[in-house]
Design a protein around this ligand. Structure first.
Ligand SMILES: CC(C)(COP(=O)(O)OP(=O)(O)OC[C@H]1O[C@@H](n2cnc3c(N)ncnc32)[C@H](O)[C@@H]1OP(=O)(O)O)[C@@H](O)C(=O)NCCC(=O)NCCS
Length: 165
């Protein structure tokens, strides 16, 4: 495992909403990750950055964004999303540098443990990266999800909004 050192021509800096167009284009061009229309919209990324302004970074090559990482903290655990390095730039330690930066920033916020969701379709390629950084697979957990749109209304005992003529 390489530790993060200076990478010629690359600056790791905080992500800003002004970076959105370039980062969205990078995510869209990265076949290993799925881009979800709602949570990856400009509006939702802006919200994410407002809540996590110290833990999201880009790799900037003279104005061109070639890598991203979104680090989120919910007050209990840290989560990493969209660690991506442009294809031609991989293997230069950029992914490791982005990860290191986020880990340090999260530690400073008091985070003790960080989770990452690795899509099954992307398992073979990226698991080697995480393992080379000492991350461990969890055999004791399964991920389960709930889409809140309808359920939230049911739980609150409030009828879902209806289209009225
Ligand atoms: C995963 C990713 C971010 C790594 O970025 P990178 O800049 O190429 O990584 P680094 O150069 O810092 O590599 C660090 C180490 O990880 C390992 N590694 C990185 N990518 C790997 C890959 N695709 N397969 C196997 N090992 C890999 C290497 O062993 C390397 O160690 P080394 O320096 O001893 O060779 C990049 O491959 C990527 O963008 N992949 C597509 C998006 C993705 O899958 N993201 C993760 C979502 S869970």
């Amino acid at each position: 495992m390489r530790t993060s050192t200076r990478i010629p021509g690359i600056i790791i800096r905080a992500m800003r909403i002004e970076d959105y167009d370039q980062t969205a284009a990078l995510w869209g061009a990265t076949r290993e990750i799925k881009v979800y229309s709602a949570s990856d919209s400009r509006e939702d990324i802006q919200k994410f950055l407002e809540m996590n302004r110290d833990t999201c970074f880009v790799a900037d090559a003279d104005g061109q964004i070639v890598g991203t990482i979104l680090g989120g903290f919910d007050g209990r655990r840290g989560y990493i999303y969209h660690l991506v390095v442009e294809g031609a730039q991989r293997g230069r330690n950029i992914g490791s540098a982005l990860l290191e930066k986020t880990k340090v920033a999260m530690r400073m916020k008091g985070v003790e443990k960080i989770h990452i969701f690795v899509p099954m379709h992307n398992n073979r390629n990226s698991v080697a990266f995480w393992e080379s950084h000492g991350w461990q697979r969890r055999a004791d957990l399964q991920m389960m999800s709930c889409t809140l749109e309808t359920t939230a209304f049911m739980m609150a005992g409030t009828p879902a909004p209806q289209n009225k003529a």
